[in-house]
Design a protein around this ligand. Structure first.
Ligand SMILES: [Zn+2]
Ligand SMILES: [Zn+2]
Ligand SMILES: [Zn+2]
Length: 327
């Protein structure tokens, strides 16, 4: 390796960081819109929404998830590996043991044991039982009391009752609870699973910033001068709770970006209601841009307009259409 030049990021690294930032934004939007408390991602499975986001921006899935953890949006649970149905991807099964020779399910375990007390050695499963279900020594007729004490297990083998073969381990045969597919370890999908809990507060905060930025971009593209909420609040007490303040040809517009923070639709509806209340005190035009929040919460004041979207994309598109039509 030649020395120098390492301080500067390679063009490909810059590209990766830019794509990672975009992918992270999409991840935040997905987490807020889906309102999931937890996500689990099977490594190697193709169609998970988070995997699609990573693919869209050509960012490795691991990198995206790590970044999500680093930013405090996700918290990783210990990694696990699970068996999945090769046909439908399900992961709950009925399990049967089969003979490795003929495939019959009629197999039985033979445990060789020794009765320390009298020295007898025999098969545990074939030993007689007392009326109370305790195992009895076939030789001295005494009850086996405590394993490792008066009796010990020596080894266990399996035997097929259909073909008579003996073997150390039976084959586990799984029947998928979802689709009924039957398979064994030769066809089972055995994949790592990563589970994360979602910090709804952190993703809501990040979503709020993305929301404001996207709306500000639309307003700016239509010739508005846009100021963020903090500045707007300082300018006038009445504008409180406006997300953005926009101005065009001396006419002011308050924009309220509302969505269910931490999944709470009721408090989002309260926010809409508060905007209606503020609008009665101040004739300035207001636009509510609502994602996944109903805006018909009361009689709407005349200086308030509303836009509803089931996703951020839909709300942004409708806002664009509305403002374009006002030229
Ligand atoms: Zn299945
Ligand atoms: Zn057999
Ligand atoms: Zn005995």
């Amino acid at each position: 390796m030649a020395g120098g030049g390492t301080a500067r990021l390679e063009a490909s690294e810059v590209e990766l960081l830019r794509n990672l930032a975009r992918a992270l934004q999409d991840l935040v939007v997905y987490l807020v819109e889906s309102n999931l408390g937890e996500i689990s991602i099977e490594i190697g499975k193709k169609d998970h929404p988070v995997k699609s986001i990573a693919d869209k921006y050509r960012v490795p899935l691991d990198t995206l998830l790590e970044e999500g953890v680093k930013r405090g949006f996700l918290k990783a649970f210990p990694a696990d590996k699970l068996v999945f149905c090769p046909k439908c991807g399900g992961f709950s099964f009925k399990v049967r043991y089969a003979c490795p020779n003929c495939g019959s399910f009629d197999v039985e375990r033979n445990t060789l044991f020794s009765h320390v007390t009298c020295g007898f050695i025999g098969v545990l499963e074939e030993a007689p039982r007392t009326v109370t279900g305790k195992v009895q020594c076939p030789k001295c007729k005494r009850e086996l009391v405590r394993e490792g004490d008066d009796w010990v297990k020596l080894s266990s083998t399996w035997r097929c009752r259909s073909c008579g073969t003996s073997f150390s381990y039976p084959v586990a045969s799984l029947e998928c609870a979802s689709c009924g597919e039957r398979f064994d370890d030769k066809r089972a999908e055995y994949r790592a699973v990563m589970r994360y809990s979602v910090d709804k507060k952190a993703v809501s905060e990040a979503f709020s910033q993305i929301f404001n930025k996207r709306v500000a971009e639309v307003l700016a593209s239509q010739g508005y001068v846009v100021k963020p909420a903090a500045e707007a609040t300082a300018m006038s007490g009445v504008t409180r709770k406006a997300s953005l303040i926009a101005e065009k040809r001396g006419v002011r517009l308050y924009v309220h970006n509302i969505f269910p923070r931490e999944g709470n639709v009721e408090s989002a509806k309260d926010e809409v209601f508060n905007v209606y209340g503020s609008a009665l005190d101040d004739a300035t035009r207001r636009i509510i841009v609502a994602v996944n929040t109903p805006t018909q919460v009361a009689r709407r004041p005349e200086n308030v307009e509303t836009i509803e979207g089931r996703s951020l994309e839909e709300a942004i598109r409708k806002l664009q259409e509305k403002l374009r039509g006002e030229k």
